[in-house]
Design a protein around this ligand. Structure first.
Ligand code: 13P
Ligand code: ZN
Length: 265
């Protein structure tokens, strides 16, 4: 089968379209990745072109050795992904040492955040916590970077108390990296460290990096976080006194009702 006929490709295109409708993808903002499973890989292998053009990674990601990762091409405008799609996505094969990649299908250069995706996909693989990542630039969660202290507990609590779903959609909370220059190894390492403990990471002043079992579930997590952030921001910017909230006890009961436990930090 051709990659563009595969379900994972169609799902990526669909959810990127939804992300654009949300206003999360100005210019080339955002990138996604999916570690292909055996069935997906075998179904599209015939469409690959193998070359010897291995590109070294700035740091080996041993846990991703021999994996194939479907991702977006750096600089692609998400609002225009439907057009010439096969140049805006690519599949990277990771070398048997995890120290290099080569493109086996699609556009020329993977996202500038490739290291962050690979290191995070590796951490997720280790704890059996999904194989997809959705990164986007939603305005409300980014705005919260400016007014909520930059630590995991403060950000998570602010989101849990803003919408009832928070306590069972992301009971582990959301990690936060602080400022890092986009596309750097420093950001990649900070993200992978946080993704060991949290399903999503706030890149301060930049965006959200959400993980999941599929592109759809990673997108859904980003959506839930952004909605809670929007409510928080609306409440704070109303200027009115806050006379009610979802108490810690109510958050804990909500999580427990759905079989989860709120992270205690
Ligand atoms: P890329 O176009 O290289 O994926 O960069 C977009 C982005 O959002 C960087 O964080
Ligand atoms: Zn970004």
């Amino acid at each position: 089968m051709k990659v563009i006929e595969s379900e994972f490709f169609k799902e990526a295109l669909r959810f990127i379209g939804y992300g654009c409708q949300m206003g999360w993808h100005e210019r080339n903002a955002g990138n996604i990745s999916l570690r292909l499973n055996k069935e997906e890989l075998e179904s599209v292998r015939d469409d690959f072109v193998l070359t010897d053009n291995w590109v070294s990674l700035p740091e080996a990601v041993v846990g991703m050795a021999n994996e194939f990762v479907f991702t977006t091409v750096s600089g692609s405008y998400f609002i225009d992904m439907q057009y010439n799609s096969s140049e805006k996505f690519c599949i990277c094969e990771i070398s048997n040492q995890g120290s290099a990649y080569r493109i086996v299908w699609g556009g020329k250069r993977p996202t500038s955040e490739l290291c962050g995706h690979l290191m995070s996909l590796s951490a997720m693989k280790q704890k059996n916590a999904g194989r997809a990542v959705y990164h986007c630039h939603p305005a409300n969660i980014v705005a919260l970077s400016y007014i909520i202290p930059q630590n995991d507990k403060e950000i998570s609590s602010a989101l849990w108390e803003s919408e009832t779903e928070g306590a069972f959609v992301f009971p582990q909370g959301v990690g936060v990296t602080g400022f890092h220059v986009p596309g750097t190894l420093e950001l990649a390492k900070a993200t992978a460290e946080k993704i060991k403990y949290y399903p999503a990471v706030l890149w301060s002043f930049h965006g959200i990096f959400a993980s999941g079992d599929s592109i759809a579930s990673a997108f859904g997590l980003a959506h839930a976080i952004e909605k809670a952030a929007e409510i928080k921001l609306k409440v704070l910017s109303s200027g009115l006194p806050i006379v009610n909230t979802i108490t810690k006890e109510q958050q804990e009961i909500t999580a427990k009702t759905y079989g989860f436990k709120l992270n205690e930090f």
